[in-house]
Design a protein around this ligand. Structure first.
Ligand SMILES: Nc1ncnc2c1ncn2[C@@H]1O[C@H](COP(=O)(O)OP(=O)(O)OP(=O)(O)O)[C@@H](O)[C@H]1O
Length: 443
């Protein structure tokens, strides 16, 4: 049995109308029948464009939103049916890391207070001294200096704040961490560092991850299995390599065709499938296959019959009536205009070839490290505050675990100097337009 198994999970939000005579006039079918398995010690990557229900599914697993129907079986227990009192015990074992580290950290609490809060609530550590020692050990593990304990969230850079978010989850000794867009708010070069940290922690602590992202490139780097979600349900699922080698669902093909080749020197001559129209409203989803209103290959049957996610071999599952025909080229496109040949050189020329590109750290840990930097990076990563973000501190987002440990030491050494130092310039500095453009993956 898998550590975490979702069976036909549905999360429907009622749409209400009226102030005096409040009534339900419909539902938002945010998650509408998702089944998936996350194996112990592995990473399941969940991708799909904004609004497809990824976050709601993650929150449903933790029962942060009510599950309308289905099972969420964690370690043999169906969480969906647990009384709230019992669910509290399981919450420690299933933790969440959020997209916006600053928004999820109370600005008025110092790091010790933020991290010890959950520990005290779950009875971890017999007193504050014991909790502090544990927090110090975890801070070192995530590459933050011990003096971070007495500092406040605004004193850290974006990458460091995400490390704090990860530390907050780790102090509770979880089995599963749900990472919701863990790097999408971070500067492009810091993204790879945080992804690498997550991988290192997984290896050393045996963690199991459900990683939610709109960016296929980020998920590819870290995932064993990837599920592609569209309008509340999975349209494709496969081992990471198989999905990249041969996406079978038209939606996945479109997503994949939008992932830029990370090396601007390499000409990208793939055809880019441009999806027409916006994501339909989950309050009023299309009949039949939910993707048929945008699918370049849609046939009459697709508007009527909803395809089931079916294993087509080696654990590669697809929910498309015509996946085999599309692959064999025996049916043609019904929306011819939805495709465009784009070459890498055109894109680079448009941005200006002389712009420096983001530095890609060399430390691949197994999977393609460069892929991890090919994500959205529209956030200015220049640290705020005037004291906490030193060069040394920024360096902790630049290197590997070993380098991070060194950076930690040097940060402590430089703590005094940092106090009134200028904003860091390392990898937390804003990126050039060119690097941002290169990273702009549309999901
Ligand atoms: N509490 C809620 N009440 C009503 N509708 C909701 C609620 N939470 C989410 N939704 C709707 O459910 C749908 C799925 O939202 P969700 O945030 O899960 O998508 P997502 O894929 O994670 O997108 P994003 O990456 O933008 O967060 C959206 O249409 C959203 O507006």
């Amino acid at each position: 049995m898998s550590l975490l198994e979702l069976d036909d999970v549905k999360v429907h939000f009622p749409v209400r109308k009226g102030i005096i005579f409040d009534r339900t006039v419909g539902h938002v079918y945010a998650v509408d029948g998702v089944s998936l398995k996350v194996e112990a010690g592995q990473t399941y990557g969940l991708v799909g464009e904004s609004g497809c229900g990824k976050t709601t599914l993650g929150r449903g697993v933790l029962r942060l939103v009510d599950i309308t129907d289905g099972e969420v079986v964690f370690d043999g227990t169906d969480l969906a049916k647990l009384p709230e009192e019992e669910m509290r015990r399981y919450r420690r074992r299933l933790q969440m890391v959020f997209q916006d580290p600053l928004g999820s950290l109370n600005p008025r609490q110092n790091i010790e207070s933020i991290l010890s809060e959950g520990m005290a609530a779950h009875g971890i550590g017999k007193d504050q001294d014991e909790r502090r020692e544990k927090i110090k050990a975890i801070l070192a593990k995530v590459g933050l200096p011990t003096n971070a304990l007495s500092r406040y969230p605004h004193e850290f850079s974006g990458g460091q704040r995400q490390r704090i978010g990860i530390a907050r989850a780790l102090v509770l000794e979880p089995d599963v961490i749900i990472c919701d867009e863990p790097v999408s708010a971070l500067d492009v070069s810091v993204q790879a560092q945080v992804i690498n940290l997550l991988e290192e922690l997984q290896e050393s602590l045996g963690l199991t991850y459900l990683v939610i992202a709109h960016d296929l490139a980020v998920v590819r780097h870290i995932s064993d299995v990837i599920g592609v979600m569209y309008l509340g349900s999975l349209v494709e699922e496969a081992p990471s390599d198989a999905l990249y080698a041969g996406p079978k669902h038209p939606y996945t093909k479109a997503l994949m065709s939008a992932v830029p080749v990370p090396d601007p020197e390499v000409e990208d001559r793939r055809e880019r499938i441009l999806l027409q129209g916006d994501l339909p409203s989950p309050a009023n989803p299309p009949t039949g296959c939910r993707f048929h209103t945008r699918c370049p290959w849609a046939q009459d049957k697709c508007a009527v019959e909803r395809p089931v996610l079916t294993d087509v071999g080696d654990g590669h599952k697809v929910a498309c009536h015509f996946a085999a025909e599309i692959e064999a080229g025996t049916i043609g496109m019904t929306r011819e205009t939805g495709i465009e040949a784009v070459t890498r050189t055109e894109e680079v020329a448009a941005e200006g070839p002389d712009e420096p590109k983001a530095e890609v750290p060399a430390q691949a840990s197994g999977k393609d490290a460069s892929a991890a930097v090919a994500g959205d990076a529209d956030t200015d990563e220049e640290p705020d505050g005037d004291g906490g973000d030193s060069d040394a501190a920024a360096a902790s987002d630049e290197g590997t675990a070993e380098e991070t440990a060194q950076a930690t030491a040097s940060t402590e050494d430089n703590a005094e100097a940092e106090a009134d130092g200028p904003a860091a310039d390392g990898d937390d500095a804003p990126q050039s337009d060119a690097s941002v453009k290169e990273s702009s993956t549309t999901a």
